[in-house]
Ligand binder design. Structure first.
Ligand SMILES: [Zn+2]
Ligand SMILES: [Zn+2]
Length: 207
């Protein structure tokens, strides 16, 4: 709550307000939010205008979230700008708008809590990522690709591929080094095909 009595009702009068408040509860969305108890910093200017008090400035707060691509938790910092009019009782704005559209001054006080919930909710992404280019999880084994590295791939092939791979492996001069090709049936797979298959699937994941 901010008391605005000191502004009077003189259009043009202004006051800087710097506050650090503790989030009384979690503020945000399912996957990313300001945690309850986190410090929310407000750098605001309160300005008396003819219809009410205009609040402008920025809100800064720590964020805690869960990456929707790799499922790791992450922290970040949120900075969001605020521009809200709080209408005077009996002002034209008060009479021509609803409380949902324009906030009200009640007993010369500004209630910032709903404003904070609104601006934070609008600013946060519905599908937060730990990093903008998070590589996500391996579609085969679920390992985090950020840890596994770009060379991570699997040799588990579709049976239809296995037959082709066997054919390719037996063709002269096409055996990649270290493939361990032998004559026991269906156990061997050509690595070049495996790599091709693997890289094809990881390319689609990145997009
Ligand atoms: Zn991630
Ligand atoms: Zn894997």
């Amino acid at each position: 709550m901010l008391d605005v009595r000191s502004l009077g009702r003189k259009p043009g009068s202004m006051r800087e307000e710097h506050r650090v408040v503790t989030a009384p509860e979690r503020i945000g969305l399912d996957m990313v939010a300001i945690a309850a108890g986190a410090e929310v910093e407000l750098d605001l200017t309160l300005q008396s205008v003819s219809e009410g008090v205009l609040v402008t400035g920025t809100l800064t707060a720590p964020l805690a979230g869960e990456c929707t691509r790799c499922l790791e938790s992450f922290t970040d910092e949120l900075e969001v700008s605020i521009t809200e009019l709080f209408a005077y009782p009996d002002s034209a704005t008060e009479q021509t708008t609803t409380e949902d559209e324009i906030h009200r001054l009640v007993d010369d006080e500004i209630d910032l809590e709903p404003v904070i919930a609104d601006v934070v909710g609008l600013e946060l992404p519905l599908q937060p990522l730990c990093e903008p280019d998070c590589p996500g999880l391996c579609s085969e084994c679920g390992v985090r690709m950020a840890i596994a590295g770009p060379d991570h791939s699997h040799e588990i092939l579709d049976p239809r591929w296995a037959k082709l791979a066997k054919f390719a492996a037996e063709a002269p001069g096409d055996g990649a080094p270290g493939t361990g090709v032998d004559d026991t049936d269906e156990s061997h797979v050509d690595r070049s095909l495996a790599a091709r298959n693997g890289s094809a699937s990881s390319t689609t994941e990145e997009k």
